[in-house]
Write a protein that binds this ligand. Structure first.
Ligand code: TMP
Ligand code: ASP
Length: 253
């Protein structure tokens, strides 16, 4: 069989040409990186867990009318998605002060914010994904005013949805990052949620214990990352409840 064409390899995923024009196969690797790939490791099972979790969230979003790139899961590690033109922004929504916001403003991690705050980072690893004001985004033509309004309202809808889903399983959604892509249906451009939604791109704290269940476990050496992600998947019903060991996740179909 002919090898398929690799389009792009990122830190956690590989994109291959899909079977139909306008489609992409998104392959989830077991690699974890942090601090712009200064810190790296391979975490057995992470790719399969994130493939499942991203499927779960993207389907949930479609169910409430938020358009996403997700078409279908293909196997343990791969999903078929729509090809998009990625807007070069990390769209971050914060409910609680943590991470770079807490550091920048000298806030204690865990302080509830007065309302959800949406911010934008320019996607460029060599620059460390710097925070950018909307003014830059519009002036440099990465998106226009209308796009930005749509992106903010989409990000807040995603926040409402994810916050509710996590709250239902005893998890606080502290913050998360999404990426937005453009697609054209004939002459009409639409913005849709792309990339992935997984514990790699969220901060998730157990409501009872404060245990971290996201990539901070890896960034800050707080324990076994696959155990944390397995716990998230198990609570959401993405894994059967009898799976206790992270390294042999028996994924249900
Ligand atoms: P930050 O506090 O480090 O700015 O991160 C905010 C959120 O964005 C957090 O949930 C983790 C996520 N994130 C990514 O998904 N990719 C990144 O490269 C960074 C820096 C953060
Ligand atoms: N995703 C970035 C990296 O891999 C930063 C992070 O998530 O901490 O370096």
């Amino acid at each position: 069989m002919a090898r398929r064409k690799k389009i792009y390899e990122g830190k956690a995923k590989i994109l291959y040409e899909g079977p139909e024009p306008g489609t992409i196969v998104q392959y989830f690797k077991d690699d974890a990186t942090a601090f712009n790939a200064e810190k790296k490791a391979t975490i057995d099972g992470k790719g399969a867990l994130n493939n499942r979790l991203s499927e779960f969230f993207m389907k949930g979003l479609a169910g409430i009318g938020v358009p996403t790139h997700f078409i279908k899961r293909l196997n343990m590690r791969e999903q078929l998605v729509r090809q998009v033109e990625i807007i070069p922004l990390e769209v971050i929504v914060r409910n609680v002060a943590a991470g770079s916001m807490a550091k920048r403003l000298g806030m204690e991690e865990g302080a509830q914010l007065p309302r959800p705050i949406v911010e934008f980072s320019y996607k460029d690893d060599s620059l460390g994904d710097p925070l950018v004001p909307e003014e830059y985004v519009i002036a440099f033509g990465w998106a226009n005013q209308q796009d930005m309004e749509d992106i903010v309202s989409m990000a807040l809808r995603v926040n409402d949805f994810l916050s509710g889903v996590f709250f239902g399983v005893g998890i606080k959604l502290v913050d998360f990052k999404i990426e937005i892509g453009r697609v054209w249906d004939n002459d009409f451009m639409r913005l849709i949620v792309a990339d992935e939604i997984s514990p790699d791109s969220c901060r998730l704290w157990d409501i009872e214990t404060g245990r971290k269940l996201d990539k901070d476990v890896f960034r800050r050496d707080l324990g076994d990352l696959a155990d944390a992600y397995t716990e998230v998947a198990r609570r959401l019903g993405v894994l059967p409840s009898n799976v206790t060991h992270a390294h042999t996740p028996t994924l249900i179909n």
